[in-house]
Structure formats: C-alpha cells, structure tokens
Design a protein around this ligand. Structure first.
Ligand SMILES: Cc1cc2nc3c(=O)[nH]c(=O)nc-3n(C[C@H](O)[C@H](O)[C@H](O)COP(=O)(O)OP(=O)(O)OC[C@H]3O[C@@H](n4cnc5c(N)ncnc54)[C@H](O)[C@@H]3O)c2cc1C
Length: 405
C-alpha cells in the first residue's frame, strides 16, 4: 500500500470531480475512484445533451430537504455566479433558456472536459473502473478495499449520487456506507419524474399525447415532510400520463395517494391574469359552441376533450346549465387528479431523500459522528427544483467539502 492520500473521493460524477479538482488545487493529494468505465455520464445526458449546469436564481427556496436551512451555507459560499465564472474562464459558451436556466451552447461534454481539466490542474489521480468493496475506519485513517487493492486515506468523500437511471451505473453505495457507520438515511424516492394515471382518472386525455400546455400546478401539502408547491410551467400529455416541467416539479412534492391540482388557464400570460368567469359570463359567447369558447383560451384538441368529458360537445353556451358551467369551470381551473404512481428510477432525474442532513455539518459536509467522512451531491437529503439547481448543489456541496478537507 502506498502512502496515505489526503482524500479519496468515491464517485467521479459532478460533485466528486468538482470537489477533487478544488481540493487538488488547494494542495491536497486526492484520488477519485469510480466503478463506471466512462465518467460524467449523467452530465453528458443532462439538459438534453446541453447540460443545464446552473441557475442564476438558485437559492435555498429551490431545494427540498427535511432541513431546508441546511443548503444555506454551501450555496452562499459557492453561488451560481462562481460556477459561471469558471465556465466562462474555460471558454464555454452558454445561453439562458427559461427562468434563469443556463445551458451550454454546444455540448454537455464541455462541462465534463472542464471538470477533468480542473482535476488535472490539481494533480488529482482518477482511477476507473474500480469497485470499492469495503470502507473501514482505522485509528486516524480510513482503509478502502478496492478491486485494485487497498488504499489508505486521511478522509473519505462519498459522492456516488442518487438512484436514477440504473442503466448508467447508479447505486445506493453512499447510503449503504452511511448506514454502515450508523448515520440516518431519509428513505429515497424518485423525484423530477413523470406521473402515471389509471385509464379512469385520465379520461380521454391520453388521445392528446404530445400536446404541451402552460399550466399552474399544485401538489403536496403543508403537513407533508417536504411541504407543498405551486409552479407555472409547461405540462406535456403523454400516452402513459403526464410529463413536462410542470409535472416533474410537482412530482417531487407529490404525496402518494393524494391528488395533484391543475389550473389549465392559470399560466396564461395576460396583463392582470386570466379570470375564467370573464370568459363564461361574456354575453358575446352566448351563441357560440362550448368547445369554441374553450378553444379561445386552450389548444383546440384539449378544448374538445374537456367539452366531451362534460357531455357539452356541440352545445351552445346559452343552453348550458349553471351546474354544468360550474362543473366545467372546476375541470379547467382545478382539475384534481390522483396519480397512480411515478415512472420510477428509470425515468427520474433525481433522488428525493438520502443521507439525513442532521448527520452532517452544513459548512463542511462532514459527518458529525465520524470526523473524516464526508457526503456531497445527490446522495445527501437535498433535492433541487428542475432548472439547473441539482448541479448547483453538486458544485456548492463539493466546494464546501473541498475547502474543509
Ligand atoms: C436524464 C437526467 C438529466 C438531468 N439533467 C439535469 C440538468 O440539466 N440540470 C441539473 O441541475 N441536473 C440535472 N440532472 C441531475 C444531475 O445529473 C444530478 O443531480 C447530478 O449529476 C448529481 O451529481 P453527483 O455527483 O451527486 O452524482 P453523479 O453525477 O450521478 O455521479 C455519481 C458517480 O458515482 C459513481 N458511482 C455510483 N455508484 C458507485 C459505486 N458503488 N462505486 C463507485 N462509484 C460509483 C457513478 O458512476 C457516477 O460517476 C439530470 C439527471 C438525469 C438523470
């Protein structure tokens, strides 16, 4: 066995590579171990291949955690503007897409190359594919048994990410190590994931697969461990259920067995907002067909589907009873529908839950019980909203840890 490393980072993804590069440049002798033959796969597939690498508005309000204050210190010390400076220094061109989301103009591979180049600057040693078989704490040191032999280190940084996309090597290894050392883990669950519905609850909407509509969506509840949410985003109808940014956001807050609420008119951009009564009480609409009135504010196919669901197709508005108008209003402004489930780890973008933040110091990401053992990135019970916040957490938690090593 060679001389002890200052740090061994287990997992060479976003958080692990970034942390290793910063620590290496601070003079630490760092080894990164990863079981995958190719590193940075999640970065490569992120943001449709262009990596939504941060969000200019990233703040603690964009994260779910049992302790919502936990992210504050790390985000304040490494805000998105710092990562943007690094991206700019590497000559990577980027653009803002929507609500502060920054994407590479060219390819997500540029972010991976940047992380490798930062690691090279810090003389970081990267070994993969190597599997870590066991981690033991021995006096002042940690001993890692790997498929390439044993390694001794002063500190261990667990950065193996979350469970989404098992096909590219996702594992629960950081959570297993946390449990092995007696640390509490908040039960993991797929998040930022499409939701599925039964045929009865979905009605005729599956015929509209491919349609994207801006909506206001609400899910969760105040008493739930991650609270409730309300987002104005695009919703995508699919053959299997609902997807698109609106539903991905809502899925993180969704409580199994409870409905989500969709206001199909809530995200219509109009000065002063949109009032459904204005549409329904307008005298000029009296002789129009129900589906025609709905089509003035909704996509035509959706307008027809709603009119059909309420048996109002081909009916003039003047002939529609007060009760039917009220039911239609409820359907389009407060569609309350119970998802049957999520599409699971294969389709999730992130993991909700992870190593309980009460076990970690928010300034350093180190275990309070076991000095020298750190957890960063997605394996921690910190989950970002859609829009670059999850990578921002990977960078910020990696930076906080690197400063402390
Ligand atoms: C399809 C998709 C698109 C996404 N798009 C975005 C986006 O645009 N913006 C955004 O902010 N977030 C996005 N995310 C989320 C983002 O990718 C993750 O939050 C982020 O990669 C987490 O960083 P991490 O370093 O914690 O984990 P990862 O980047 O997943 O890295 C974990 C590393 O650990 C390794 N590993 C796993 N198990 C072991 C083990 N047992 N031993 C050794 N090594 C192991 C893996 O091989 C991997 O290299 C997306 C996720 C998915 C799935």
């Amino acid at each position: 066995m060679s001389k002890a490393w200052d740090a061994i980072v287990v997992g060479g993804g976003a958080a692990g590579l970034f942390c290793a590069g910063v620590a290496g440049q601070l003079g630490k002798k760092v080894l990164v171990l990863d079981h995958a033959p190719v590193l940075g796969e999640k970065i490569r597939i992120s943001g449709g291949g262009r990596c939504n690498f941060t969000n200019v508005h990233s703040s603690p309000a964009n994260f779910l955690s049992l302790n919502p204050h936990f992210v504050k210190s790390a985000l304040a010390r490494y805000p998105s503007k710092e990562f943007i400076k690094l991206v700019t220094a590497h000559g990577i061109n980027y653009h803002e897409k929507h609500q502060g989301q920054l994407f590479c103009d060219d390819s997500a591979k540029q972010i991976i190359e940047m992380l490798f180049s930062e690691c090279a600057k810090g003389k970081v040693t990267i070994r993969n594919p190597v599997s870590v078989q066991a981690i033991a704490h021995e006096g002042e040191h940690w001993l890692l048994h790997t498929s390439e032999g044993a390694e001794k280190t002063k500190t261990v940084v667990m950065a193996t990410g979350g469970l989404p996309v098992p096909a590219i090597g996702a594992t629960a290894y950081s959570l297993d190590i946390a449990k092995q050392f007696g640390l509490e883990v908040v039960e993991p669950r797929p998040a930022l994931v499409p939701l599925s519905f039964t045929a009865e609850t979905f009605g005729n909407l599956n015929e509209l697969a491919g349609l994207s509509v801006p909506v206001r969506i609400a899910s969760g509840s105040k008493g739930h461990r991650y609270g409730a949410c309300r987002f104005n985003e695009d919703l995508l109808l699919t053959h299997k259920g609902l997807s698109g940014p609106a539903v991905l956001q809502a899925s993180s807050y969704w409580v199994e067995g409870e409905p989500i609420h969709i206001d199909w008119l809530g995200a219509i951009e109009r000065p002063g907002g949109f009032n459904c009564d204005e549409l329904f009480n307008n005298e000029e609409n009296h002789l129009k067909l129900t589906e025609t009135i709905l089509a003035s504010v909704l996509p035509q196919r959706l307008a027809k589907a709603f009119a059909e669901q309420r048996n109002l197709m081909g009916r003039k508005w003047a002939e529609v009873s007060k009760k039917d108008r009220q039911a239609l209003k409820e359907l389009i402004t407060n569609w309350s529908v119970k998802p049957a489930g999520t599409l699971g780890w294969k389709k999730a973008e992130v993991m909700l839950g992870g190593v309980d933040t009460k076990e970690l110091d928010g300034q350093t990401m180190m275990s309070r019980k076991l000095p020298g053992l750190y957890f960063i990135g997605e394996c921690v019970d910190v989950t970002g909203h859609l829009g670059g916040h999850n990578f921002q957490w990977a960078w910020a938690s990696g930076y906080a840890c690197a400063q402390a090593l």
